[in-house]
Write a protein that binds this ligand. Structure first.
Ligand code: ADE
Length: 425
């Protein structure tokens, strides 16, 4: 049966809702900033009647964002931004307990995944909320008739923002979008500490591998790669970083990591994890050079960073799933390569994604970025916008207060000194 917006929801099993509620409430305990926003939204109803289609990882943290939107009065539909990241108990709880229509089932096939996104589009959203620009992509391509309802959108992740800027660059972006990823309180924490921890968590949960003493290759030294490299080092790995950007490569070297080309790293790496946002970062020539037992994972948004068709071609027999989320490829020379989670983002496929405490800030940016968009969209162009710096700073202040950290204030004398150009040394 084809699912459409006329179907009230499509989740695995509504009887999982009670466990979903328990876990959503657990996450909420470490999301104080989002809770403060939700309490205000409940009073002020800034989203009253607003139709929102969200395409996000269906996790306990996303559930708390959905609760915030619903508290603000929004009419929300949620679909998954990855077929493997949906937590079925959370999807059930959102439908049953939190007034959100959800179209998402863990491990859904490609057709179902896209049908679910189409169901979200058929909600006739006024606001899109993407993680990877899938809804925006469809609205600009095969479902342009739905553009007429749109006020604007938000985008969660680096890969999505890159796509939106490409659309804007070609003069084709049809509505304003807030790039949540570009807030400092998002990428400096979520991409770095969230990805760093949850990626290692995913690799460990999938394989139970000991990280200490391993040659751990991190491809890409953006915010995610930086976080992952530092956390792998903390576990005692010998971390190797590969990069195409000379400045980032230098930074990695001076952060204390070995830096080399992937051609070199492939010969010595034991665990490889891509974090680049680009395609075919690990490809045939690298698989051919890898030692027996190499483990391959990806933590970038799309499953294109590892060239899986090349791995299939090199395999001397059909690959087999030797453990949940671990696929064994037998290669010539009696070598085996283990691909994790079919090359999909390992932290959400094999673990639970970033911890709630870090998603607190990311999703505070979603909620406040959306409120800002609603207040300003009439003056905005069809372009990609960053959340205003004051909102970013406010989120940091709220988080600091919630964590019990105090900071200093400039004295009058110091403020005057910083504002002057001629006060002497
Ligand atoms: N992206 C990474 N981690 C996430 C999480 N826990 N929830 C939603 N989106 C995420």
């Amino acid at each position: 049966m084809t699912v459409t917006a006329a179907s009230p929801h499509d989740v695995k099993d509504l009887s999982l809702a009670a466990e979903g509620v328990r876990r959503i409430e657990w996450a909420e305990r470490t999301m104080p900033v989002l809770r403060t926003i939700r309490e205000r939204f409940e009073q002020e109803k800034p989203l009253d009647g607003l139709r929102i289609s969200a395409c996000l990882h269906v996790t306990t943290e996303t559930a708390n964002l959905m609760r915030t939107l619903v508290a603000g009065g929004a009419d929300v539909v949620l679909c998954a931004s990855n077929p493997l990241s949906t937590q079925d108990d959370v999807a059930a709880a959102l439908v049953q307990n939190y007034g959100t229509r959800v179209y998402a089932i863990n491990n859904e096939d490609n057709d179902t995944y896209y049908n679910h996104i189409l169901a979200a589009v058929e909600h006739k959203p006024q606001i899109t909320m993407d993680d990877g620009a899938d809804v925006v992509g469809i609205l600009h391509d095969t479902k342009r008739e739905y553009l007429e309802h749109i006020i604007g959108g938000t985008e969660e992740t680096t890969t999505g923002v890159i796509r939106l800027r490409a659309l804007q660059g070609e003069g084709k972006l049809a509505f304003p979008i807030v790039a949540v990823n570009d807030s400092q309180t998002k990428h400096m924490f979520d991409n770095r500490y969230g990805t760093g921890q949850s990626t290692l968590d995913g690799i460990i949960r999938a394989t139970d591998v000991l990280i200490a003493g391993k040659n751990f290759v991190v491809a890409g030294y953006g915010w995610c790669g930086r976080g992952l490299a530092s956390r792998a080092k903390g576990h005692g790995a010998n971390v190797i970083v590969t990069e195409v950007d000379p400045v980032r490569a230098l930074e990695a070297a001076m952060d204390g990591f070995q830096v080399m080309s992937m051609a070199e790293a492939a010969k010595v790496g034991q665990i490889f994890c891509t974090a680049t946002g680009n395609k075919h970062v690990l490809r045939k020539e690298h698989f051919e050079a890898m030692p027996d037992g190499a483990i391959l994972a990806n933590t970038g948004h799309f499953n294109v960073e590892i060239e899986i068709p090349a791995l299939d071609e090199l395999a001397t027999e059909a690959s087999t799933e030797v453990r949940d989320n671990v696929r064994e490829y037998k290669l010539s020379g009696d070598r085996r390569i283990f691909l994790l989670a079919d090359g999909r983002l390992i932290n959400l496929a094999a673990a639970e994604g970033h911890p709630a405490s870090v998603m607190d800030m990311s999703f505070a940016n979603q909620a406040l970025g959306l409120e800002w968009l609603l207040a300003n969209y009439k003056e905005l162009e069809n372009a990609v916008y960053t959340v205003p710096a004051e909102i970013d700073a406010e989120i940091a202040k709220l988080k600091l207060a919630a964590e019990g950290f105090t900071i200093d204030e400039l004295t009058e004398e110091q403020a005057k000194y910083l504002a002057s150009w001629n006060e002497g040394t």
